[in-house]
Write a protein that binds this ligand. Structure first.
Ligand SMILES: [Zn+2]
Length: 303
């Protein structure tokens, strides 16, 4: 998951477009000689480092565009807003998630969360005021990147650089985590196709190296999804509940269970089950008041 030695340096990409490396790669677009717009701002700790970086480069932060509400992208915005008075911008649904820390945990858990869940897992604080995408400054354009979170966006700069947030993870991230958080599997696959179609452009993923050759890392991510689908389809040759599938995945990948890990994997498994059922690859039905899932072949043999 971790790249070695984050330097938090400002790297020039093209024209007025830069990025700051870190656990979450953040974009920086120069609006003029002094004013800049950030694309994501990392965690609170990252935000503090980025503030110093901007100060040392005599850059004035005017805007932060948040690709989505997760804490590793948005956690620094309260600090940066407080220090600079910058304007924060996000999509409609992500704004809602950002303004209530319980909302995302309730969304992932599927009900009022247990006290054991970490409310700060996905968010840190509540920003005061977040504006809509119609306030994105000139030179930048948002585009939809469904899949990872409810209404995640990417940003294209006038210099033809694409910031694609959490559309994909690095090979290391995929190999070490196995299951990346997905809300909408169909949307995720479409976003991967879109990012692949940008091959040859400068692409900045949040958690993978900046590249003009994105094809290989797209392939790693797509293959992993297809592998998870195969694992699920094999498991569902016998009927199982979503809860049983989650337990199986923990066992399969030998993952250490924690409340937060359980929440992230169980919500992602439910998304996979919906995708497979909605696309006709598995059947779902009630048995003994439990919702169970079974492959179409096994279902046809059985009924
Ligand atoms: Zn995320």
């Amino acid at each position: 998951m971790k790249k070695t030695n984050y330097k938090y340096e400002l790297h020039h990409l093209n024209g007025n477009t830069y990025y700051i490396d870190g656990p979450t790669n953040c974009g920086l677009y120069k609006l003029n000689d002094t004013d800049v717009c950030l694309i994501d701002c990392g965690t609170k700790e990252d935000g503090m480092i980025i503030y110093e970086l901007l100060k040392n480069n005599n850059l004035r932060l005017k805007y932060i565009i948040l690709t989505h509400s997760h804490a590793d992208h948005s956690g620094g915005c309260i600090y940066l807003e407080k220090m600079t008075g910058c304007t924060i911008i996000a999509s409609k649904v992500e704004r809602a998630f950002l303004t209530d820390t319980k909302l995302d945990i309730g969304f992932l858990y599927g009900g009022y969360p247990l006290d054991e869940y970490d409310n700060h897992l996905m968010h840190t604080d509540e920003p005061s005021d977040i504006l809509s995408l119609s306030h994105i400054p000139q030179g930048l354009r948002s585009f939809s990147l469904p899949g990872h979170h409810y209404q995640m966006i990417g940003i294209r700069t006038a210099d033809d650089v694409y910031f694609v947030a959490d559309t994909l993870g690095s090979k290391n991230l995929v190999d070490s985590q196995h299951i990346l958080l997905i809300y909408d599997v169909d949307g995720y696959l479409r976003s991967l196709d879109y990012v692949e179609s940008l091959d040859g452009k400068i692409i900045v993923p949040a958690h993978s190296d900046v590249t003009m050759d994105i094809k290989d890392v797209v392939k790693v991510n797509r293959n992993q999804i297809n592998m998870i689908i195969d694992i699920i389809l094999t498991f569902l040759e016998i009927e199982h509940t979503a809860e049983e599938l989650t337990a199986y995945i923990f066992e399969y990948y030998d993952l250490k269970i924690t409340y937060n890990k359980y929440m992230l994997i169980s919500t992602t498994m439910r998304s996979y089950l919906s995708y497979l059922s909605n696309s006709g690859k598995i059947k779902n039905y009630f048995k003994n008041n439990k919702l169970v899932f079974l492959t179409v072949e096994a279902f046809n043999d059985k009924f």
